[in-house]
Design a protein around this ligand. Sequence first.
Ligand code: ADP
Ligand code: MG
Length: 253
Amino acid sequence: MRIFCIANQKGGVGKTTTAVNLAAGLALVGRRVLLVDLDPQGNATMGSGIDKRALDPSVYDVLLESSSVGEALRMSPAGRYQVLGANRELAGAEVELVTLERREKRLRAALKTVEADFDFVLIDCPPSLSMLTLNGLCAAHGVIVPMQCEYFALEGLSDLVNTIKQVHANLNADLEIIGLLRVMFDPRITLQQQVSDQLKKHFGDKVFNTVIPRNVRLAEAPSYGQPGVSFDPASKGAQAFVEFARELAARLG
Ligand code: ADP
Ligand code: MG
C-alpha cells in the first residue's frame, strides 16, 4: 500500500480536483484506492458523491480514535473507490489534537489497520501547513504537489518544500516529493509555458510528464457528485487524469 498526500498550502490550486480524479483514474486502471479527505470543507467527499452532512463517523472520529477506518469508509458510487470523508467537524480536531499524545501520527496509525485492503491511499490536504496536514505528511510515503504555472509558483513552493524536509528529518523518514503536477494548464498563455520550462529546469524529472489542461468539465463534475473522470470520460481533463494515473502507477512499478 502506497500513501500519497496531495498538498500545496495555497487554496484553489487544484488539490481536491487532483485527489478525486487521480483516485477515479487509479480505480479505472484496476487499483484498489482509498481517498482520505483531510479538509474540513469536505469538497473531496462531496465531489466523490458522498453527502458530508450525513457522515457519521467521519475522518474526525478516526483521528480522535472513537471510530476505526473500517467503520468510517464509504464507497464513491461513480468513482469506484473508497472514501474516508470529512465535514466541518474536522476543524475542531485541529484544536483537540494539540493536547493529545502522538497527535501527528493518528492518521498513520489508523491507516495501518487497512494496509492489506488498498494499493493506493490518496490524502486530500487542507490549504495550510496545519496539524491536519502534518497528520497527512506523517502518514505518507510521498507528496504530489499540484501547481498552476503562474509567476509566483516557485516562490510559493519553498514553504512546502521546507516543511517536507522537516517532517522527513524529524517525524517520517519515508517522506519524499513524488512529483509536481502542472494543472489548469493553458498552453496559449506564454507565461505558463515559461514557468513550466522553469519548473522542469529546476526540478527535473520530479515534474510529471502529464499536464492537466484547464477544462470546464473538471470544474462542473463536483456539482454532480462525480469525479470528472467518470462524469465525462471523453473530455480532455478526464483523459489527462487517466493518463496521469497510468504515469504514476508505471513510475512506482
Ligand atoms: P484546492 O483543493 O487546491 O482548493 P480545487 O481542486 O478545489 O483546489 O480547485 C479550485 C477550483 O478550480 C475549483 O472550482 C475547481 O473545479 C477548479 N479546477 C481545478 N482544476 C481545474 C481544471 N483542470 N480545469 C478547470 N477548472 C479546474
Ligand atoms: Mg481542496
